[in-house]
Each structure stands twice: as C-alpha cells, then as structure tokens.
Design a protein around this ligand. Structure first.
Ligand code: NDP
Ligand code: GDR
Length: 371
C-alpha cells in the first residue's frame, strides 16, 4: 500500500486530495495545525477513529514552521509521496503578514525537502510543490505557460517563487523526484470564505435569504482562469506518477472577470443584476427576480458595492493559463466548467443560508461571520 503525506490536509485542496488518494487505496497521512477550535471540518467525513486498527487516514499535529516536527513525522511515515499544499495562501493577507508568509510558504518548503534529504529518502519519496499562477503576476505573455517568465506581485507570490526554485534545485542537486504544479485559481464549495469566488457565492446566498444587505468587493475588473479543485487535485497525483519529474501549468484556458462571476452567481440565485458607475463608485442593482430563492431582495435594491479596503498594494490584473503540456503529456482535461462550478457553489451556500434564515424566522439569533 502506498503512503502519502499531505501538508495542508485541512484546506480545500488537501481535503479533496485525501479523498482521491484514499479511493486509490493509499494510506494517507495529513498534517494539521493546532488551533483553539476544531479545524478539520473539511476532512471530518473521512476521519477514522485512531483506535480503529489499520486506519487508512491519519492526522499528525504539525506546522511548516517547525523543522523538528516535520522531520519526526517524515521519519514516522516514510511516505512514497509528499504533497506540500500547506501555506498561508491568501494574497491580500500576505501584505499584512509578509514575514510569516515567507516562513511558511518559502522556508516551509525547504524544511520538508531537507527532511527528505536528512532521512536519506531522496530515492524513495516523491515531492509535489503547490506552485501558483501568482508567480506570473505582472504578466509577460498571454496565455501563460511553463516557459513564461515570472514577475511576482505580492509577498505570497515572492515566497512561492522561492519554493518553486528550491524544489527545482533539490531535483537538480540531489535527484529528488520533485515537481511543481503551477496551478491557476481553483475553487469549490470548500473554498475558504475570504477568497473572492466563495465570498461572492456566500454573500449572494445570504443576501437572497435576507441575512445581509450588501456585498462589498475590491477590484471587480480582475480577470482569472478559474477551474474546479476536484479536477486540479487529480492532476497533482498524475504529476507524481511519471517516470521523470517535470513542472506543469494547470489551468482551463478560459478567463472571466470578478464582475462576471458576481453576475453569474446572482443569476443562479434568481437575481438579475445591472452594473453601473465606475471604479470605487461602481454598484450592482437588482433588476429582476425569478424563482423563490431570493425572498430577501426587491427590484431596485443595491446589493453590490466597491470598498477600496479590498484593493491590494500591487494587483494581479489578469491571469490566463495554457494547459497544453498537461493535456499532451498527461492526458489531463478539466471536466468541470466555471459555470458548473459557480452553480454548485451557489447551491451549496443557498442551502446553508436557507437553514440560517429558517432559524432566524423561528426567533433564534443567527450571526454570519464576515471579513
Ligand atoms: P487553503 O488556504 O484552503 O489551505 C491551506 C492549508 O495550509 C490549510 O490546511 C492550512 O491549515 C494549512 N496551513 C497554513 N499555515 C500552515 C502552517 N504554518 N503549517 C502547516 N499548515 C499550514 O489553500 P488551498 O487548499 O486553496 O491551496 C492549497 C495550496 O495550493 C496552497 O499552498 C496554495 O498556496 C496553493 N495554490 C492554491 C490555488 C487555489 O486557487 N486554491 C492555486 C495555486 C496554488 P488550517 O486549515 O489550519 O488553516
Ligand atoms: P487570488 O484569489 O489572489 O487570485 O489568489 P482571490 O480570490 O483572493 O482574488 C482574486 C481576484 O479577485 C479580486 N478581488 C477580491 N479578492 C478577495 N479575496 N476579496 C475581495 O473582496 C475582492 N474583490 C476583488 C482580487 O483583487 C484578485 O484580483 C488565489 C489563492 O488561492 C492563492 O493561494 C493562489 O496561489 C492563487 O489564487 C492562484
């Protein structure tokens, strides 16, 4: 039975990857951080009681900032495959916490690679690094492919650039099977609530159900190449099943704006929007309501506004990936479109909002966490 070790197993990708590898028959080990509340909601459904013999899914307390901890876990597990998905992954937050972001995202990668080397696992353990389209930042070529030069635009992206190159360096220096998946944005109903797609689908659902009045966003002109996380974790595994380690761009090859994602999300909730105004004055007004998902709004309501606090000191305006290499060499093709993904996210968030609205209707106090 193959063993995999996943950092960031409690995150969006980690949870889908753990499910995927368990289905493939792997013994899956994940590193979770100590938190003051349970932080395993995304993997609770695959959790196995540690008292059960031969459990296939095991969680270890750990942190990418702690070498001794990483070495100990690596020694205990001796994994065939390591997926380094753990990161301070929020671009805007990286401007607030640049040093911590560098420690986790850049040095954390080095610590894991050093643990492999220190334990003499160079020939046994394959290593996947969660690299990112944010490396392209100020884009030098459209669409972006494996050979496009990098120009990172945030402390997050700069830290990830170190991680990218240290993975390449350990491959070239020590023969470790290490590869980078340069993944473009990918989302799902499990996406963190402060990334823009989930912020939008969740807010639209809450507004539709009368739980909040308005969605505040930053740069609605930003263009992204959005795919579904389920398609992207399959590719992470495929990259480690080749004879030779290589780096791949993973993307859909299509882009839409944040504004279009808002419009689409609202439409799935039965709300038609008209956008007006420019820059910080831009708003979206309800022009029609269909179906019965949106009892909380009326025609004429302004439900989206721009708030400059969500602007970034340096913005990545446009990203569009060229996944030709992944398609030709690995036969990878994304199966879920951005429209299908958006519909799934809205449906998921609407069902939660409806539960909250019902509780509120029966006199219970309902608070909705917001950024
Ligand atoms: P998430 O933010 O959902 O998950 C990040 C994971 O890392 C969480 O499990 C988090 O733990 C964990 N983590 C954070 N800090 C530490 C630390 N100090 N030590 C150990 N673990 C830590 O990210 P995604 O699942 O969306 O992304 C997975 C990876 O892929 C990340 O590295 C991200 O940067 C990268 N990436 C993501 C893309 C995307 O569009 N989703 C695109 C390209 C790259 P906790 O749950 O406790 O917070
Ligand atoms: P990104 O994702 O920065 O691309 O990083 P995010 O969803 O945060 O932003 C996408 C674009 O939307 C704009 N935007 C807003 N973003 C947020 N979060 N909140 C807002 O209110 C808002 N309004 C507009 C942003 O400015 C940006 O242009 C994600 C992360 O998963 C990274 O870890 C990963 O590496 C990259 O995708 C690829």
């Amino acid at each position: 039975m193959k063993k995999a070790l996943i950092t960031g197993v409690t995150g969006q990708d980690g949870s889908y990857l753990a499910e995927f590898l368990l289905e493939k028959g792997y013994e899956v080990h994940g590193i979770k951080r100590r938190a003051s509340l349970f932080n395993t909601a995304r993997v609770d459904h695959i959790y196995e009681d540690p008292h059960v013999e031969n459990a296939h899914f095991k969680l270890h307390y750990g942190d990418l900032t702690d070498s001794s901890n990483l070495i100990r876990i690596m020694k205990e597990v001796e994994p065939d495959e390591v997926y380094n998905l753990g990161a301070q992954s929020h671009v805007a937050v990286s401007f607030e916490a640049p040093e911590y972001t560098a420690d986790v995202d850049a040095m954390g990668t080095l610590r894991l690679l050093e643990a492999i080397r220190f334990l003499g696992l160079e020939k046994k353990t394959k290593f996947y690094q969660a690299s990112t389209s944010e490396l392209y930042g100020e884009v030098q070529e459209i669409p972006q492919k494996e050979t496009t030069p990098f120009h990172p635009r945030s402390p997050y992206a700069v830290a990830k650039m170190y991680a990218y190159w240290i993975a390449v360096n350990y491959r070239e220096s020590y023969g470790i099977y290490a590869c980078n998946g340069i993944l473009f944005n990918h989302e799902s109903p499990r996406r963190g609530e402060t990334f823009v797609t989930r912020k939008i689908t969740r807010a639209i659902a809450n507004i539709a159900q009368g739980l909040e009045p308005c969605l505040y966003l930053g740069n609605m002109d930003a263009l992204r190449d959005w795919g579904h996380a389920k398609d992207y974790v399959r590719m992470q595994w495929m990259m480690l099943q080749q004879d030779k380690p290589e780096d791949f761009v993973i993307a859909t090859g299509k882009q839409i704006s944040v504004r279009e994602f808002v419009r689409m999300s609202a439409e799935y909730a039965g709300i038609t929007l008209a956008f007006s105004g420019e820059g910080v004055e831009e708003i979206a007004t309800v022009t029609a309501i269909t179906g019965d998902n949106a009892p909380g709004v009326n025609v004429g309501d302004v439900i989206v506004k721009v708030d400059p606090r969500y602007f970034r000191p340096a913005e990545v305006e446009t990203l569009l990936g060229d996944p030709t290499k992944a398609k030709e060499k690995l036969g990878w093709i994304p199966e879920i479109t951005v429209e299908e993904m958006c519909a799934e996210m809205v449906e998921h968030d609407l069902s939660k909002a409806k539960q909250h609205a019902l509780l509120k209707h029966h006199g219970y106090e309902v608070s909705v966490a917001k950024e």
